[in-house]
Design a protein. Structure first.
Length: 121
């Protein structure tokens, strides 16, 4: 099973500090674009109006990993599924890079994880 790494750039009239669910569910929240890569492949960009990319069109066949997974999960469910017809991603196929880092005794912040990993090499 391949792993899809993904990240959103969003916009909204409300502040992200209100929490991922409230932010994602707000009617003004939208997606500028989504970047994703499958395994070690090249980075692709999805924009509103494009069809769901292949891994998102058949999500049960992939694992999805995001840094700050709660945010990506909520944006996917409240914006991509409801507005753009993406199929839901099974919860068992979603993973959080921050939690995986913490479970491996690395710091949760992506930039700090990269620095720590270089020191460990």
């Amino acid at each position: 099973m391949s792993t899809v790494f993904w990240d959103f750039e969003t916009l909204s009239s409300i502040d992200i500090e209100r929490g991922a669910l409230i932010y994602a569910a707000h009617e003004s929240t939208g997606v500028h674009f989504m970047c994703y890569a499958v395994d070690d492949g090249e980075v692709h960009v999805w924009r509103p109006g494009d069809p769901p990319p292949p891994p998102f069109a058949d999500p049960a066949q992939h694992n999805f990993t995001a840094n700050g997974w709660e945010f990506e999960r909520e944006i996917h469910a409240h914006v991509l599924v409801k507005r753009y017809g993406f199929p839901p991603i099974p919860i068992t196929n979603q993973h959080c890079a921050q939690r995986l880092a913490l479970a491996s005794a690395f710091p949760a912040r992506a930039r700090t994880v990269l620095r720590s990993a270089r020191l460990a090499l």
